[in-house]
Design a protein around this ligand. Structure first.
Ligand code: ATP
Ligand code: MG
Length: 647
């Protein structure tokens, strides 16, 4: 993969929260003396009763358990709101940009947000919502979604956000799984100019959920919706009578905060449970250091609140740190592919955090959409969700960031709560495509299939050898599944499910999911490297690689390729790409099949679902597995209809 190294710009090294020497020093402290390190950094929050115990964790079956700051008490909504009122009550907390250009944006100050949250928390209480109870949130990217999250945290209710693009069935499954009796939604959502019938979806889902007795409906588009008397409450009417004061509930550090289902890239989504104290420390600390965040800076994480990045880096992390966080309702290419960068200019965004899937889609449309905007306000860029192909990284760096802004490529998972392996902008020389080094307190290691630790520059399964504060605590309702999924593969270690290469500088390169490793004539290959080679071709926008049965090689390589907007794929291009990969990586990586596709199957959070492609590669398409998180089923139909004839 990429050979280039981008040194830390001098200005960054001089002014950042941590430079390289300080990073190594803090990292050493964090792993040599976790008790001392976290006792100190745990104080970054306002605790109601300060903790005296710091870390009480074991990954071993006999005494398995994960507890952080366990005797402390706190409230996360108070840490996001109340603590700022005296110093920055009038600062904008949320800058909201609507889907279309015909509506004004909204700027909500910390004081206003505090009032909104208290009102809504009181409405929840008036509907009988109790501490510990699950509240399902099925809302578009509107400020009220953040209000709802914070209101739950305020009264100690556990929120479970379901991405507002999921089907009624997927929604019902999650409502039932976490046994929630209240759903928060809107009449309709707006995305890319299209209306999403959220309330109608809820009505349909609830036919399967007799336990739900309350639905609070936000007016977003004003469309007329079905109202079930006694069950449905209008949001605005509901809050009108509520007091703007609501004392924050005193929560134990280990009291549940939220449930969130994973993206479903590799199988049926898991209901990840995070608790209050450790998660809050982790989300706020990573947000501050990874983005070198200083209060008042305009910060934009373009993720949806329906996935964990939206939880930790649109809402909780930034608000704990007193940020002005941008919340965007729309999509990157509406009304045109300039939208992201227009919003950057409009709000003078300094820090932008996005996903490779969006970057590849924008790269495909050509540079002019970017270069016609100013982007002078940008100082730092971030990436999350999938390995970023070096080609896309270079484009992001050069075209979007004018070669001025460092890129933090943050590796993490719903399970990890927040960033785990990531550059720090003032401390880490960058290698395009590498998530680089661990954050404070994170102890990554590589093991082989037998769980033997691998030293030096090598490839292996990525594990984490010790707990960190933001680690998930259980799979909701299935503690056994939690242990089995993450701690049974390699005894005493947290198994990430990802493959990883560590280079001679100790940098980490995610090579893809372990399940996706291909074994060609005895050579094990991650999908990321072959995909990146394909994406490096000028005509290719995106690629996904899976294994297929092969008589001689054991496994062959099946590549799905999406071309740039103006390219008409043909036989000549197919041959050219095969040669290209041979040249870029070597003959061993020669694709056996290339299928051109207008789109790849992705989760709602934009990740490629290789497990579906693997089924196509294996010609085993009668049961594609759990497709509840698939963004666009027609993509799969198209792939099935256009499978090349195999010899
Ligand atoms: P499921 O667990 O349900 O299969 P998922 O793993 O896609 O879905 P998430 O928790 O949203 O659910 O994604 C975490 C995964 O995303 C990581 O395990 C990793 O494979 C990938 N990932 C996230 N960020 C990066 C990154 N910066 N570089 C490489 N891979 C990343
Ligand atoms: Mg996962």
């Amino acid at each position: 993969m990429g050979e280039a190294v981008y040194p830390v710009p001098a200005q960054w090294a001089a002014n950042a929260l941590v430079d390289e020497a300080r990073y190594f020093e803090m990292y050493r402290q964090s792993v040599e003396d976790p008790e001392g390190f976290w006792a100190e950094h745990g104080k970054r929050l306002d605790w109601i009763r300060p903790f005296t115990k710091v870390k009480n964790t074991s990954f071993h079956e006999a005494d398995f358990g994960i507890r952080w700051f366990e005797d402390g008490t706190l409230n996360l909504s108070a840490n996001c709101l109340d603590r700022h009122l005296a110093t920055r009550g009038d600062q904008v907390a949320i800058l909201w940009e609507p889907d279309g250009l015909d509506e004004p944006h909204r700027a909500i100050t910390y004081r206003e947000l505090h009032e909104d949250v208290c009102r809504f928390a009181n409405l929840l209480k008036s509907r009988g919502v109790k501490r510990g109870e699950r509240v399902t949130i099925y809302l578009p990217m509107v400020p009220e979604a953040a209000v709802a999250m914070l209101a739950c945290a305020r009264i100690g209710a556990i929120h479970s956000i379901v991405f507002a693009g999921f089907s009624p069935d997927a929604l019902a499954g999650r409502i039932i799984d976490c046994d929630s009796r209240i759903v928060l939604t809107a009449d309709e959502g707006l995305r890319g100019g299209r209306k999403v019938p959220l309330k109608a979806n809820v009505d349909e889902a609830l036919q399967q959920c007799p336990g739900v007795d309350s639905v609070i409906v936000l007016r977003r588009t004003g469309a007329s919706v079905n109202v079930v008397e006694g069950r449905d409450v209008d949001w605005a009417t509901g809050i009108a009578a509520q007091s703007v004061e609501c004392a924050p509930e005193e929560m134990g550090a280990e009291d549940p905060l939220f449930i969130l289902y994973t993206s479903g890239s590799t199988g049926k989504p898991k209901g990840v449970l995070h608790t209050t104290g450790g998660y809050s420390v982790w989300a706020s600390m990573t947000h501050q250091y990874v983005f070198d965040y200083r209060p008042g800076q305009i910060y934009w994480c373009a993720a949806d609140i329906g996935w964990v990045t939206g939880h930790s880096y649109v809402v909780y992390g930034p608000l704990m740190n007193g940020a002005t966080t941008v919340m965007f309702e729309g999509v990157p290419n509406f009304p045109d592919p300039s939208r992201f960068w227009q919003v950057v200019d409009k709000f003078q965004v300094e820090i932008f955090y996005g996903a490779p899937t969006a970057l590849r889609a924008l790269m495909r449309e050509g540079d002019e959409w970017v270069t016609k905007t100013s982007r002078q306000s940008l100082r730092l860029l971030g990436s999350v969700g999938e390995p970023i192909n070096p080609e896309a990284w270079e484009w992001y760096h050069k075209v979007v960031g004018d070669s001025r802004c460092p890129i933090v490529d943050t590796w993490w998972q719903t399970e990890t709560g927040a960033a785990m392996i990531t550059p720090l902008p003032g401390a880490t020389p960058l290698k395009p495509g590498s998530a680089s080094r661990p954050f404070f307190g994170v102890k990554p290691a590589l093991v082989d299939n037998d769980g033997t630790f691998l030293e030096g520059a090598t490839d292996g399964c990525l594990v984490i050898t010790d707990s960190w504060p933001g680690q998930m605590r259980t799979v909701w309702g299935d503690h056994e599944r939690f242990f089995q999924t993450y701690f049974s593969t390699f005894k005493g270690l947290y198994f990430t499910g990802d493959g990883c290469r560590r280079d001679e500088d100790g940098y980490h390169w995610i090579t893809g999911r372990i399940d996706d490793v291909i074994n060609v004539s005895g050579h094990r290959m991650g999908t990321a490297e072959i995909e990146s080679a394909l994406v490096a071709h000028a005509k290719v926008a995106e690629a996904a690689v899976v294994g297929m049965p092969h008589d001689i090689k054991g496994q062959g390589i099946y590549a799905f390729v999406t071309c740039n907007a103006e390219v008409q794929p043909d036989e000549a291009l197919r041959k050219e790409l095969i040669q290209w990969v041979r040249h870029e990586i070597g003959p061993i990586a020669t694709p056996d099949v290339i299928q051109f596709a207008p789109g790849l199957p992705k989760t709602r959070s934009g990740k490629i679902m290789r497990r579906i492609l693997r089924k196509i590669g294996e010609n085993d398409v009668s049961n594609l597995g759990d497709t509840s998180t698939l963004a666009d089923p027609s993509v799969v139909d198209n792939l099935l209809a256009n499978r090349p004839q195999l010899a």
